[in-house]
Design a protein around this ligand. Structure first.
Ligand SMILES: [Zn+2]
Length: 314
């Protein structure tokens, strides 16, 4: 039987993948259209993107289902295809690995609104939407569920519970932190810091604690988050920072750190004990290929004593 992701990462750190949204745009998706529906209408384009990540060396590929909950898909008139879209997302990511060993992480993004009393959605609606999506992803054979870009513990909890109910083999909770205006620290939009998030995830049975995206979360900030997580929990930690800091170009936010710039942060992340390194906004297969080389070189040089869970001592 395949090693569970949370056990595999204790042998050696794994490489995740890079951004999907921007890659879909390059492949022809128009802004505001439903990228997840492409799992059914243009599966070959989604596969081509994920295959490039697999060929660049990703050990883990995240399904193209970030907005695949009923509440998100409803905005695109795709609510009848929730199960199909999520199932296809897992099948495409699996196919991207070909014969190679790889872990498919079923992606659950935020439901995209606010719950009562601040917004229009009831807790029950959100819970049902997450359970439906989680069941489709796990039913299609996802090796883990990654609950990404989370800012509130209430929503995170509903998704963790949904993942458990679906029988997910591994549950990853991934928070989106924003660097504070004075630059001194970072917390989620809802005011959650890494220590609180990690303790919450331990309490509620996540298997891996993670961070992705956020404002100002580059490789160095990700390293700081990993250290803070590791001081709070012994669970494996995953980091998916953005390709540098956001810049405004033609009224659009872009992340343009090159692979050469971003890869400098890989060794510090490994030394802080990260278990899975991927990347978020602005990253490409070229970034992931550079990460692969840096990770492999590092371990050729230092051997396995730097494996996750142990500290560098020399
Ligand atoms: Zn991002």
């Amino acid at each position: 039987m395949k090693t569970r992701l949370q056990d595999k990462v204790r042998e050696r750190p794994l490489l995740g993948d890079g951004a999907m949204g921007t890659q879909l745009m390059i492949a022809g998706l128009e802004q505001g259209n439903c990228g997840e529906a492409w799992n059914l209408t243009h599966p070959e384009r989604v596969l081509a993107i994920q295959r490039r990540y697999a060929q660049a060396g990703s050990d883990c590929i995240i399904t193209n289902t970030f907005g695949g909950s009923r509440i998100m898909l409803n905005r695109h008139g795709q609510v009848d295809r929730v199960a199909e879209i999520n199932r296809a997302g897992v099948e495409i990511a699996r196919a991207a690995f070909g014969d190679r060993e790889g872990w498919v992480l079923g992606d659950i993004g935020p439901f995209g609104g606010l719950m009562e009393p601040y917004g229009d959605f009831t807790e029950d609606q959100v819970r049902k939407a997450f359970v439906e999506q989680a069941r489709a992803l796990v039913g299609a054979g996802a090796d883990a569920l990654i609950i990404e870009t989370q800012t509130s513990l209430e929503e995170l909890l509903l998704a963790i519970e949904a993942a458990k109910e679906a029988g997910a083999p591994c549950i990853i909770g991934s928070m989106a932190y924003d660097v504070t205006l004075d630059g001194s620290t970072f917390r989620t939009m809802m005011g959650i810091d890494p220590e609180r998030a990690a303790a919450f995830m331990v309490e509620h049975g996540a298997d891996i604690v993670a961070l992705n995206c956020g404002t100002g979360m580059d490789m160095e900030r990700a390293r700081q988050a990993v250290e803070r997580y590791r001081r709070t929990t012994s669970l494996p930690v995953m980091a998916q920072p953005n390709a540098g800091l956001p810049k405004l170009v033609d009224m659009k936010v872009v992340y343009d750190e090159t692979p050469e710039q971003m890869v400098r942060g890989v060794v510090p992340l490994l030394e802080s004990g990260v278990a899975i390194i991927g990347a978020c906004c602005g990253s490409t297969p070229d970034h992931i290929r550079a990460f692969r080389q840096a990770i492999d070189q590092h371990f050729d040089r230092h051997g396995s004593h730097l494996a996750v869970g142990s500290r560098k001592t020399d």
